[in-house]
Design a protein around this ligand. Structure first.
Ligand code: ZN
Ligand code: ZN
Length: 392
């Protein structure tokens, strides 16, 4: 689906823009209307927060922006536009809950200010509740873990801090806010149903509502979601991410079978996804290609390499936050390759507290054999339903 198709299809779900330059679009659900507010969340990145009706007199907000002044101002402007141009009965004080798709700071950074502004109660997956209500405690531990990960990746020690600052869990970045409800997935609140879709984060949730799923960062319309090494953050890593993509695809297929129309994904960045199964297939293919490319790079190295040495060959770089994302991406892939025995660690005997940089070496005869191995394992574990009991 190209950009023109997306715009045409967008009109089926979004109303016309009411005024040029507005950051609000109306969303037409079968029996109600909601709103998308576009907000600045990182210097180079826009996000969307959504406001949907809970009942006749109250609203639910999905995600909260990053909490910076720009982001808060975009949300405040959005509230004003909803009230002035769409629905004069709307008021921010009528938002009863803020549902978080996940606790990355571009999604939950605004909860403190919004909680103060609206008195809304915060709802998040249980695994990420601590990030919201005890931010600094978690941030200190995460920062220390990621420091070790960067050193283990071969990052020069003087570059660790600027790289961590790019996206890392800097203590003090977000103000802690009490969590009212901790979910596990499957809960129904009003007409919203939570769906547990881990992989991009430990407690990533999607929310089903009136023919759409608010899909957070799991499935984006143009780019692949960020992946992270599972050894750093439980329930992340390649397999959880891929498993959740397939879960979302299955959900979309079931929805279409039951309702005779497609489920639409409204992600937290980029455009709506009107054909979830096709987009998931494309994302899986990109995952496979990137795995193949990374393996090939390891295969081409004359001597065992660190992730820091491989990074510029794999991804365009140059900005510390890009480096953080890039290293996390190849870190996730590399740990998977190690589990599959496609790579081995060449310097395990020389690793020590003062010399943590791991050097990886390709361990199969050729990269084609490696690609086949990954494909087989991924499809065996993920696409085939495994029997509970094997009869002998
Ligand atoms: Zn995220
Ligand atoms: Zn995000």
């Amino acid at each position: 689906m190209d950009q023109t198709d997306i715009q045409t299809r967008s009109l089926e779900i979004f109303g016309e823009e009411v005024s040029s330059g507005s950051n609000v679009r109306q969303i037409r659900f079968p029996s109600s209307v909601g709103y998308q507010i576009r907000v600045r969340v990182l210097p180079y990145l826009y996000g969307s927060v959504y406001v949907v009706p809970l009942d006749a007199s109250s609203w639910v907000m999905i995600d909260s922006g990053c909490g910076d002044a720009d982001s808060n101002a975009d949300i405040e402007n959005g509230f004003r536009t909803i009230h002035d141009e769409f629905d004069s009965s709307f008021a921010p004080e009528k938002i009863r809950f803020i549902f978080l798709t996940h606790a990355h700071f571009d999604h939950f950074g605004g909860v403190h200010e919004l909680n103060r502004r609206t008195n809304a109660k915060i709802v998040v997956h249980s695994f990420e509740g601590r990030l919201v209500d005890s931010y600094n405690d978690v941030a200190n531990v995460e920062n220390s873990r990621y420091t070790h990960f960067l050193l283990e990746s071969g990052v020069p020690s003087e570059m660790v801090e600027p790289i961590l600052d790019g996206f890392g869990f800097r203590p003090g970045r977000v103000k802690s806010t009490p969590v009212e409800l901790r979910l596990f997935g499957g809960e129904k609140i009003g007409a919203l149903q939570s769906v547990y879709l881990p992989g991009h984060s430990s407690g990533h949730l999607g929310f089903l509502f009136g023919g759409v799923i608010f899909s957070g960062d799991l499935l984006l319309s143009r780019t692949l979601a960020q992946i992270w090494p599972a050894r750093m953050t439980p329930q992340t890593g390649i397999l959880n991410y891929v498993r959740s993509l397939l879960r979302l695809k299955k959900l979309a297929c079931e929805y279409e079978r039951l309702h005779g129309k497609k489920l639409v994904a409204l992600p937290a960045h980029e455009d709506p996804v009107f054909d979830i199964p096709a987009r998931v297939d494309k994302a899986l293919l990109s995952m496979e290609r990137r795995n193949g490319r990374l393996l090939r790079l390891f295969g081409e190295e004359e001597t065992p390499s660190t992730l820091w040495e491989i990074l510029p060959k794999m991804y365009w770089s140059g900005r510390p936050n890009r480096e953080f994302f890039g290293l996390s991406d190849i870190g996730a892939r590399t740990e998977f390759f190690l589990q599959l025995n496609l790579l081995k660690i060449a310097n395990s005997e020389r690793l020590s507290y003062g010399k943590p940089a791991i050097r990886y070496q390709f361990s199969l005869a050729n990269t084609e054999a490696a690609k086949d191995a990954i494909k087989k394992i991924v499809s065996m574990h993920l696409t085939g339903d495994q029997p509970d009991l094997v009869q002998s």
